[in-house]
Design a protein around this ligand. Sequence first.
Ligand code: MG
Length: 302
Amino acid sequence: MRTHTDAVLVKAEYKGFSGIGEATLPPYLPDTVESVSSFLQNLEIGIESDILLPSRIFDDLDNRFPGNMPAKAALDMALWNLKSAMEGKTIAELMGVSASKIVPHTYTIGICSKEEMRIRFAFAREHGFTFFKLKLDGKQDRDILDNFKALTDLPFAVDANQGWTDLESSIAFARELEQQGCVLIEQPFVKSDLALSKALRDTISIPLIADEACQRLTDLEKLKDSFDGINIKLQKCGGITEAMRMITQARELGLQVLLGCMSESSIGCNAAEHIAPLCDWADLDGPWLIENDAEIQKATLF
Ligand code: MG
């Protein structure tokens, strides 16, 4: 159980304009509030004329310093927001993204009791969600599916979080998921076992989406035969700059795209929303999974 997620908010200011970004730090990442703060505080960012070129700043930092992806994501978001404020355009407009297309957005239900699932489902419905993502663990999957189907016939995705191990039982369960209205299966097997993913993918028709196996742009080529799509998260790939490149390459490789998050507040999720129309599905429910989103928004009006 997780009671909270640490985060660092970053503000970029220039000539009276400002932009904000967010680094989110769930406990399974090596990055911490201290590592993000120290990375950003010790940073020297190129020359002033680059300030309106967030991609150039991202590439420069990425070449000079490996890792630190959440810190890079927070800075990249802050700089895109700054550019957006200075040029009087939304990030979507800067990217040439038509905001008119609304892709299906999931609400994630973690592994929980039947009663808790009922409460979370009701909360999500109250907030307009009609599409769900169920977390599985390879042990309670049958109960989780039954509990959800007892509540609704609305479409859903599943995220096995690398919890499946056996090909035959996975094929049988995936076929049943398909009949029950499952739209996609995220990261069924351990991220390194691409052969197992390929074997499942070649047998079933629900799209298989890589999450843990897909961190950055450089991962896409090796995943294209084992998955049907990828889960892009700004915190994994270092921000909007690389996420845009990943979407472009995914399309060239014929991969579908889910745009996900790591329990960011609406600061981090809004940054992703700008490019969501380019994707097939969005999982940007962070603001609904934390209790203090309004507080965070208020605090950023400094
Ligand atoms: Mg996942």
